[in-house]
Design a protein around this ligand. Structure first.
Ligand code: HEM
Length: 503
């Protein structure tokens, strides 16, 4: 079940072109090694380390090895890695009006071919800004997410039913194996229920054929992206790779296009019969005169692709950590059962009164930032960072995985301590130390939805079960497959609490 392995964020990680070994998907392979900088600096000044020592592509130790700023590159691709909280803050605060993460032509090509609009990931400049103004509504404000609470809770109910089912069929009677896969199904169902305003059956025992084709198409598009990026364009008519890549996109847009068209027809019917139009996000987009249907296809599909592996892997890391820190899990249980006593199901309003729950997710994202690297490219202006001059078009790679484990910002960085995020009078860490959803106007559009999904699912799970590790899987390590995934299958025991109330 490696379908979550290659994600949208590889395109955003700054390695969108040029690595001769693995192109834009350099970050996907744990085997992809990069040389440390051995290049001449863009302009004299900052450390140019002539180290030919091979190093892991991403590592917390980069900072110790290469310093807070170094140039890295392969072939024609060069980027300035920023590996300190202060430098990240400086770069992001000096950001441009329309920030850019880099080249997205691998994705825009298909949209051009089929006349589909660009979405928030692929659009740039003023057009991107205008698109975000439309997309942000009903998404970005913390209170916006409340309206999706009931929809998400229905999906959480199905996840809980599935957990009971999986426990029942496990030999020990309480084990859920391959948690990442289960959470992938939950996340895809959750985000689809918001974006398509319909259920697609990912949590059913037998996934419906059309949905399975859609899931397979996503996997196909992502896994063929890498060879397509590597191979020269002339090979596209000779080798089958490009055909498979395009077929992946066809499958994705066939499915999302059909669901969007169905919604459009339903809205039209209500309009024709003078009935009030009901609905949430998709209805809002489709009723918005600023967007054509083809533009809605582009945006909804990109929102969907960005919103699955991210949420599912963060939940997996949070549950993994809670299973290893029973005291933290107990504090969370106390908070949830205090805020939502008896058999009540936690609602979107309830989770707003659970600071520890929020701190658990924030701390899990600090230790395992699911998008471990991100990028900015200065399009319009030259820039000075850390006292060094960089001409426009310079690409910067932000090493979040390393900075969020910085000892100065986060004492005892390898320890799971949700309390460091509580607003109870203690000195809180520098906010740039951990920015898992990015920063500023180009920051994650799905943040509030993702948080809502994670809060509602985690609070209900913890209310029902004590989660315990499966010692047979050994030590779980993080692997950068553009999103931070576990290096092995994660299983957890879900031991039922005596109070079964919240099902
Ligand atoms: C734990 C969950 C998630 C995390 C950690 C996360 C993280 C991120 C990060 C780091 C970025 C880049 C921001 C920047 O460059 O400053 C981003 C962008 C984006 N995310 Fe998320 N994301 C999550 C869930 C979601 C969900 C659920 C959706 C969809 C509803 C979504 C949609 C997007 C989109 C469309 C962009 C591109 C925005 C743009 O370029 O304007 N994400 N996300």
């Amino acid at each position: 079940e490696e379908r979550m392995a290659v994600g949208i964020y590889s395109l955003a990680s700054g390695f969108s072109e040029g690595c001769p070994i693995c192109g834009p998907f350099s970050a996907v392979f744990s085997s992809c090694k990069m040389y440390g900088s051995g290049f001449v600096p863009v302009k004299a000044g900052y450390p140019s380390r002539r180290t030919h020592q091979r190093k892991k592509f991403i590592s917390v130790y980069e900072k110790q090895l290469y310093g807070p700023m170094y140039k890295m590159g392969m072939g024609k691709f060069h980027s300035i890695a920023l590996n300190s909280v202060e430098l990240l803050e400086e770069l992001l605060r000096k950001g441009e009006k329309f920030p850019s993460r880099g080249d997205m032509s691998l994705w825009t090509e298909y949209r051009d071919l089929r006349g589909i609009g660009y979405g928030p990931f692929t659009e740039e400049g003023e057009k991107w800004y205008k698109l975000r103004t439309v997309l942000n509504k009903r998404m970005m404000h913390p209170k916006d997410s409340v309206q999706y609470g009931d929809v998400v809770n229905e999906v959480v109910s199905d996840l809980i039913k599935r957990i009971y089912h999986l426990r029942r069929i496990s030999p020990s009677g309480d084990l859920v194996t391959n948690l990442s896969n289960e959470l992938y199904r939950f996340s895809l169902e959750g985000i689809s229920s918001i974006l398509f305003e319909t259920r697609i059956g990912c949590l059913e025992e037998e996934i419906p054929v059309e949905t399975q084709d859609f899931i397979d198409s996503i996997a196909q598009m992502f896994s063929y992206s890498m060879p397509v990026a590597m191979l020269p364009k002339w090979s596209r008519n000779i080798l089958p790779v490009y055909r498979h890549y395009i077929a992946g996109w066809e499958g994705i847009f066939k499915f999302s296009g059909k669901l969007i068209d169905m919604k459009m027809e339903a809205i039209q019917k209500r309009v024709d019969t003078d009935q009030e139009v009901e609905g949430e996000y998709l209805t809002y987009l489709l009723s918005n005169t600023k967007m054509t249907n083809k533009e809605v296809y582009g945006s909804v599909t990109e929102l969907l692709l960005a919103g699955v592996d991210t949420t599912s892997n963060t939940m997996m890391w949070a549950m993994h950590l809670l299973s290893r820190y029973p005291n933290a899990q107990d504090t969370l249980y106390q908070e949830v059962s205090h805020c939502v006593p008896g058999d009540k199901i936690p609602s979107a309003q309830d989770v707003n009164r659970m600071p520890y729950l929020k701190a658990v997710i924030k701390e899990a994202l600090r230790m395992y930032p699911v998008v471990p690297m991100n990028a900015r490219i200065m399009i319009e202006n030259d820039i000075i960072i850390g006292g060094h001059f960089f001409p426009k078009k310079t690409s910067f790679t932000m090493c979040h995985y390393a900075t969020s484990q910085d000892e100065k910002t986060f004492p005892e960085p390898s320890k799971f301590k949700p309390e460091r995020w509580l607003r109870d009078g203690r000195v809180r860490p520098n906010p740039f130390g951990s920015i898992p959803f990015g920063f500023g106007v180009r920051g994650c559009v799905g943040r509030r939805i993702a948080e809502l999904e994670m809060y509602l699912a985690l609070s209900r799970i913890i209310k029902l079960f004590e989660i315990r590790p499966d010692p047979s899987i050994g030590e779980v390590k993080a692997l950068n497959r553009t999103v931070l995934v576990a290096d092995r299958q994660v299983n957890l025991h879900f031991v039922e609490r005596t109070n079964r109330a919240a099902l």
